[in-house]
Design a protein around this ligand. Structure first.
Ligand code: GLC
Length: 568
């Protein structure tokens, strides 16, 4: 391999920013990604995604070395960019199942749906251990507990990568974000503008090494033992040093001590946050142990700058060779270098994409993720023969129940993807004998027997979900009050990416249920509400009381409303 071809393997561009299809050859690109909103021009359907992948992979097969591309995408709760895919509960819900076998099955199905488009790399599982639920990425974490993350994170790796990486349905997994992404101090988040910062995302994790190891490294050892082939260093810093340039973290601890033999992929333009010039940033990160760099738009500049750094002796050729060896070792393990096999999509998988069988597993995940926080007067389970009045902004909104990373990066309210809303599921479960009425604001419930307020959060992702105030939205409190004023028992169902401050409704709701972000299979919620399946979910995050003076776990100001592990 020439130096150009080696550096090309270390370069990952975003397909939407490719200046020419021939850049795959001109820059010997080893990988492409679709970032949050990087979609086929012809639409988000299965066929368009498959054509997009095949088009790029075919071009890569025409280069001198014909090394196939790794194509990466954020399939973090199903193949969530693609219309018709099965969208699973986000990790916070899966964490409440405590069911490693089920999490593995969910990842297995996600891998199969990802491979249906030909794509061979998922930027998942997220092994974050969020310690402050005001963080916008809390829902991407299984739990505040390292033990839960250990168990479920490695299960997800096994699910994605299957019995061996070279199996046709296996997808390369990516444990992220190494390390301490969920432990940043409040107020240290990424710069917003003119000196202002987001509260937590991409901030500074100020802990000693023992704490970093105990909490934030916990999930990585089992993931490495499960054979995870890639790991993504975090945007965040550890005691003021950016992870993406930290040799102690990336090489001494992760590669040498923990024995990680796969490759490190940077986060999206993460090197831009390192100190110094472009060349100094690149040299620092590569020398620290970064193997592949996610440079969505500036891939040509990266290629040329790294080449200069090598030619000027700032980056040893030995480091380049080690990075390329790691990347090619994974491609060999994936069967990508086997000339007797085609890396193009196997379109026979289209028939199981979004299938009833896949949806049944997602429905089971939803059922087991539901946590009943309160149930006075046995108001749950619901009878199927009474008049129920359903209300709230999250009752009939598939976009809200899927949350972020769904079709678009941030997610969106409304009818964004095929699925079953909780209201539709309640109607289907209740059957003809019952009477189900609905109003978003909770009005018109007078002659109903029970009111159900399905409330919580609207979609968000990453720093756009950072909040300083976790109080339930006024509109949601109003819905509960309106139902209550009808003189009927009220059940509150929270559809949210994290625990919220619910003190304002706690005394008014006879029952409170946490449904997290259940995804497309809302029927799983109705299964528990009507008692078809006993609730088994247990909190994977402590639930705070509204008078807490801090929401940082372990902080004396944190007042607990429901403890970790709670669930009726
Ligand atoms: C994003 C996220 C990371 C994701 C990557 C590619 O900014 O930090 O989790 O995998 O960029 O979309």
């Amino acid at each position: 391999m020439s130096l150009d071809e080696k550096i090309g393997q270390m370069t990952q561009a975003d397909q939407m920013f490719l200046k020419s299809l021939d850049d795959i050859e001109n820059y010997h690109l080893g990988s492409l990604l679709s970032g949050g909103d990087s979609d086929p021009k012809s639409g988000n359907d299965l066929g368009s995604w498959t054509d997009l992948y095949d088009n790029y992979q075919s071009r890569a097969l025409k280069t001198r070395l014909r090394i196939p591309l790794l194509y990466g995408i954020d399939a973090v709760h199903g193949h969530n960019n693609v219309l018709g895919s099965v969208v699973f509960p986000h990790n916070i819900g899966l964490g409440c199942t405590r069911n490693a076998e089920l999490v593995e099955r969910a990842a297995r199905i996600t891998a199969e749906e990802v491979r249906a488009t030909g794509i061979n790399w998922a930027f998942a599982p997220c092994l974050t251990v969020p310690q402050d639920i005001r963080w916008g990425r809390t829902y991407e974490g299984f739990s505040e507990s390292p033990d839960v993350v250990k168990s479920l994170g490695s299960a997800a790796v096994r699910g994605f990568q299957g019995s061996a990486l070279d199996r046709p349905l296996s997808v390369l997994a990516c444990a992220k974000h190494f390390a301490g992404d969920g432990g940043t101090s409040f107020g240290t988040g990424m710069p917003k503008s003119r000196g202002e910062r987001y509260p937590l995302d991409q901030g500074d994790t100020r802990v000693d090494e023992a704490t970093l190891r105990k909490i934030h490294l916990a999930g990585y050892l089992p993931a490495i033992q499960a054979g995870v082939g890639s790991i993504m260093p975090s945007y965040s810093s550890w005691n003021g040093a950016k992870c993406s340039g930290n040799a102690r973290l990336l090489t001494e601890i992760l590669k040498k001590e923990l024995g990680f033999e796969g490759f490190l992929i940077s986060d999206y333009n993460a090197l831009d946050q390192l100190p110094g010039s472009r060349k100094e940033q690149i040299a620092q990160s590569i020398n620290a142990g970064m193997d592949m760099v996610m440079v969505p738009e500036k891939y040509r500049e990266f290629f040329n700058t790294l080449k200069d750094a090598v030619n000027e002796g700032q980056v040893p050729v030995a480091r380049i060779d080690d990075a390329v060896l790691r990347i090619l070792r994974v491609k060999v393990a994936m069967g990508l270098m086997d000339r007797t096999r085609s890396p193009l999509a196997d379109r026979r998988l289209h028939k199981s994409f979004g299938s009833a069988e896949h949806r049944a597993v997602a429905r089971e995940c939803v059922r087991q993720s539901i946590v009943v926080l309160k149930n006075d007067n046995h108001v749950l389970p619901l009878a199927k023969t009474v008049h129920l009045h359903v209300a709230g902004k999250n009752a009939d909104n598939i976009g809200n129940q899927c949350g972020g990373w769904t079709i678009t990066w941030q997610g969106k309210s409304g009818n964004v993807i095929q699925g079953t809303t909780i209201l539709s599921a309640i109607r289907a479960a209740a059957g003809s004998s019952a009477r189900i009425t609905y109003s978003e604001d909770g009005g018109g419930a007078a002659d109903a027997k029970i009111g159900i307020a399905i409330i919580g959060e609207r979609p968000y992702a990453e720093f756009q979900g950072d909040r300083t105030d976790l109080t339930l939205a006024a509109e949601d409190v109003a819905v509960v009050n309106r139902l209550k004023s009808s003189g009927i028992p009220v059940i509150a169902v929270l559809v949210s990416g994290r625990p919220l401050l619910i003190d304002a409704i706690l005394g008014k709701a006879d029952a409170v249920v946490a449904a997290w972000l259940p995804g497309t299979e809302g029927a799983g919620v109705a299964d528990v509400l009507f008692g078809g399946h006993k609730p088994v979910g247990r909190l994977s995050f402590t639930w705070p009381r509204g008078d807490s003076s801090s929401f940082a776990r372990g902080n004396p100001g944190y007042q607990t409303l429901f403890p970790f592990g709670h669930g009726l």
